[in-house]
Design a protein around this ligand. Sequence first.
Ligand SMILES: Cc1cc2nc3c(=O)[nH]c(=O)nc-3n(C[C@H](O)[C@H](O)[C@H](O)COP(=O)(O)O)c2cc1C
Length: 181
Amino acid sequence: MKILAFGGSLRSGSFSKTILNESVKLTPENVKMEIFDIGQIPLFDQDYEKDMPEIVKNFKQIVKNADAILIVTPEYNYSIPGFLKNAMDWASRPYGDNAFEDKPAAIISCSTGMLGGSRAQYHLRQTLVFLNMHTINKPEVMIPFVDKKINNNELTDKETKDKIAGIIKALADWAERIKVK
Ligand SMILES: Cc1cc2nc3c(=O)[nH]c(=O)nc-3n(C[C@H](O)[C@H](O)[C@H](O)COP(=O)(O)O)c2cc1C
């Protein structure tokens, strides 16, 4: 079982990047989780969707090879950051070659505010519907006041760790359940 994880934010000291890194540590031993850094992906340009930059080709192939996808997102203006949507737009193209097609998925959101990025999470879910991904509904993991739960790029909050471990296990179980035998 291979889970591809991506998201975070570009800034150094990003809390969502820490959550992404912690997710790897909280992945069970029988599951492999790898992070892809989408920060270097250029802006989507449909003129190049049939001859994509190498980094995008690489990202698309890694998405295709994954058994499941974990997306960790902060909330930007009630939605997801532009660079995250941008990476997903590339990998969904050209029409008929959507790398996300049929992939099991889970979302973790976080924010320094009290709603934990829930609005970004529902925006993202809407996109995943169009990409024909199978996103688990529960457990929902929305991490509020994330800045109070991280110290020196380490997640210190036990309850949040348990929630992250829970959603990763649920994603791996779900991916196993819906796998074509
Ligand atoms: C452009 C921008 C927009 C933001 N909009 C929201 C928002 O709509 N809701 C919210 O709860 N937090 C919002 N925040 C605060 C983020 O939750 C907070 O900066 C968070 O730490 C960003 O994630 P990061 O630490 O991974 O960079 C916003 C931050 C930025 C930079």
